[in-house]
Design a protein around this ligand. Sequence first.
Ligand SMILES: *Cc1c(COP(=O)(O)O)cnc(C)c1O
Length: 428
Amino acid sequence: MMVSKSKALFAQAKTLIPGGVNSPVRAFRSVGGEPLFIDRGAGSRLWDVDGNEFIDYVGSWGPLVLGHAHPEVLAALAETMKKGLSFGAPIEMEIELARWINRLVPSMEMVRMVSSGTEATMSAIRVARGFTGRDKIIKFTGCYHGHADYLLVKAGSGATTLGAPDSPGVPEAFAALTLLCQYNNLAAVQEMVESNSGEVAAIIVEPVAGNMGVVAPGPGFLQGLRELCDKEGILLIFDEVMTGFRVSKGGAQELFHVEPDLTTLGKVIGGGMPVGAYGGRRDIMSQVSPAGNIYQAGTLSGNPMAMAAGIATLKVLDRPGFYEDLVQKTTWLKNEMQEALTKKGVPHSITSVGSMFGFYFAKEKVDSYETALKCDAALYGKYFREMLIRGIYMAPSAYEAAFMSAAHSEADLEKTALAFKESLNQIL
Ligand SMILES: *Cc1c(COP(=O)(O)O)cnc(C)c1O
C-alpha cells in the first residue's frame, strides 16, 4: 500500500499541530504506523490522499450512520448555506430539531443544543449539580464523557489507548469530586452512594459502553442504577453521545427500557457537523438560563448548518426498516467474525449492540474496563494493519467500537468477512 503523500503530510502536521492530529487517537500510536490523511468519502467508502480505497467502519467515530456524503444531508446543507452560516439569534430549525429529538427520545422533554459531546456532558453535570445542590458525581471506569476536567478520570478511549487515564492539568481537587465505580458492578455503586449519602448529584453512564471497546450493560444494571437514583434523589444521566440513534432509533434508553433524568447526545445528531445536545425532565431543564439561573451558553449553538444536517439525518433514519436493516447487517458481520475466531481457536470476547460492534483478543469475557485491559492490544495492532492493507478501515485502537452504516452493502460485508479471515491467518 502506497502512503507516501500521507507520510509527507504527517511530517508537516507534526511541526504545527501537537502529535500531528487534532484528536489523539487519530495518530495510530497504539496500532503502530502513521495515520492516513483522508481525501474524501462516499457511502461506505473512504479514500486517502494516496488514492487507497477503504471500507470504513470508523464513520468519523460514530456520527455517520448514513455513511459519507449522504445526498439528502448534502442537499439540506447546500440549501441552508445560501441563507447564511450563523446568526446568533433563534431560527426555526432549532425548534424542528428539538421536536425530532423529543419525539424519538421522549424522556428529553426539553433540550438545549451545544456544539460537541464534551459540551453536552459538561453542561448536563452542571445542571445536575445546580438542580440538586450537591457536588459529587459518580462515573464508571472506562466510560468516556468528553474531556472536561472532572470527567477525565479513568476515562477510556484515547486516554486508555495512550496509557494515560488521568491527565496533567486536571487539578486533584476537581478529580476528587468524581467517584469511580466499576462498570456492571451495581453493588459497588450502592456502597459508593451509601458512603457519600446526600452528596451525590448525578450518576453518569454510557448505557452501552463504547469507549473501552464495546461493553453491553449486564441484566439489571441500568434498572438498578435507576432505582438507586430514585431512592437517593440522585439524577441519572445517560451519556448517549455515541449510542443515541445508533443502538436503536430511541437510543439505549429505548432498547433497555430505562428512562434517565438527563440525556446527552452528539455524533449522529449532527450528521457529521459539530453538534451536541443535552436535555431531559422539564422541571430540571427549566432551571437552565435564561429560564432559570444555571448558566450555559454558546456562540454557535443551534447553528443553521448543524441543525440542517441533524434534521436531514434524523429524517432518513426515521424511515421504516432503517434499524432492522442496520442491525441485521451488524449481526451478520459479528457472527462471521465470531465463527472465524472460534474456528481458529482464538480466545476472544465479542459483542454487538444495534449498529455498534467490537471484539477483544481476551481469555475472559469482557464486561468492564478492568477486564478489557487484560486483552491483547498488541495483537489487535497487528490485526488492524492486516485489515488496513486489505482495504478495511477499522478503529486504530483495541478500545474503540466499530460502526455499521446504512451505506454498507452486502458485497462490502462479504469483503470484510473475507479480509477478517485472511488477517487472522496472517497474525496467528
Ligand atoms: C464521543 C463521546 C463524547 C465526546 O464527544 P465530543 O463530540 O468528542 O466532544 C462524550 N461521550 C461519549 C459517550 C462519546 O462517545
